[in-house]
Each structure stands twice: as C-alpha cells, then as structure tokens.
Unconditional design. Structure first.
Length: 145
C-alpha cells in the first residue's frame, strides 16, 4: 500500500525489497501489484525494484494509464491497470451518489453503477528462466450486455 492519501502504513519500499529477496529464492517470476494513490509512489516502487522483479503494476486509481514500458533490466511497468466494471460511473459507483457526496460533504452509501461494463487488464510476456519481462500490453475491452 502506498502512503499518500491513504492510512499510515509501514514503509512499503523497505518491505518490498525484503520480500523480493525471500521470494526470489522460490521463483524468478515476481509480479508486484502496488496499490497506491499517487503516481509518483508507483513510479518510485518501479525504480526501486527495477531489475529485481518481473513487473510492477499499479492499482487503486481505477483509470488505466498509457505509460506501459519494459526497462532495460527486464521489469515491466504500468502506473495503473485500470478498472473492471461499469465505465459510465465515478470509479464504479453511481454518478449521482458521488456527486451528492462531493456537493454536500455528507457520506452516502455507494451503489454499483450498471451499464457499459469494461475490462481493464495487462498482459506481460516473461522469460520463465530469468523472470525478466520481454513485453507488456494494456488491455481494455468493452463488454456486451
């Protein structure tokens, strides 16, 4: 978990480095889902783990970014994979409810929006021997129904 605009947590960068050392003893393929609000924190995690993990993929902001890359050291990166759910919404919640909450400052019960469902994902090509990423592709599919 990131630190910006989220509850206070222990340093995610120290934990990530320590966990990677342990995991590499078991497998060369390591996929990091970094759940953070700030793009700068996600990019920092990528830089810290570059060459140590297969991929650092950000989540939480629900909006798919277009900055996918594979570093020279073989780590794939995407700031945010995006959301799977109703696109005609505010982060999956009925628009009118979020607007009411923002305008009044009062809490509202979040209800899932419907319609225009989209799937956001990422595909990463990996060398199974080294764990290095060799390619990354964003996926965004509109679902019929």
């Amino acid at each position: 978990l990131g630190r910006t605009f989220m509850n206070h947590h222990e340093d995610p960068y120290v934990w990530a480095e320590a966990l990677v050392e342990d995991i590499r003893r078991e497998t060369p393929i390591i996929f990091v889902d970094f759940h953070a609000e700030a793009t700068s924190e996600k990019l920092a995690m990528f830089r810290i783990l570059d060459g140590l993990v297969t991929a650092v993929i950000g989540t939480h902001t629900h909006v798919q970014t277009a900055d996918e890359q594979v570093s020279a050291a073989g780590t794939a990166y995407l700031t945010d994979v995006g959301m799977t759910g109703p696109h005609d919404s505010i982060l999956g919640v009925k628009t009118e409810l979020i607007l009411r909450q923002l305008r009044t400052g009062l809490p509202v019960r979040h209800e899932l929006a419907t319609g225009d469902v989209r799937l956001s994902a990422v595909a990463i090509d990996v060398d199974p021997e080294t764990g290095r990423a060799t390619g990354i592709e964003r996926i965004s599919v509109a679902m019929d129904g």
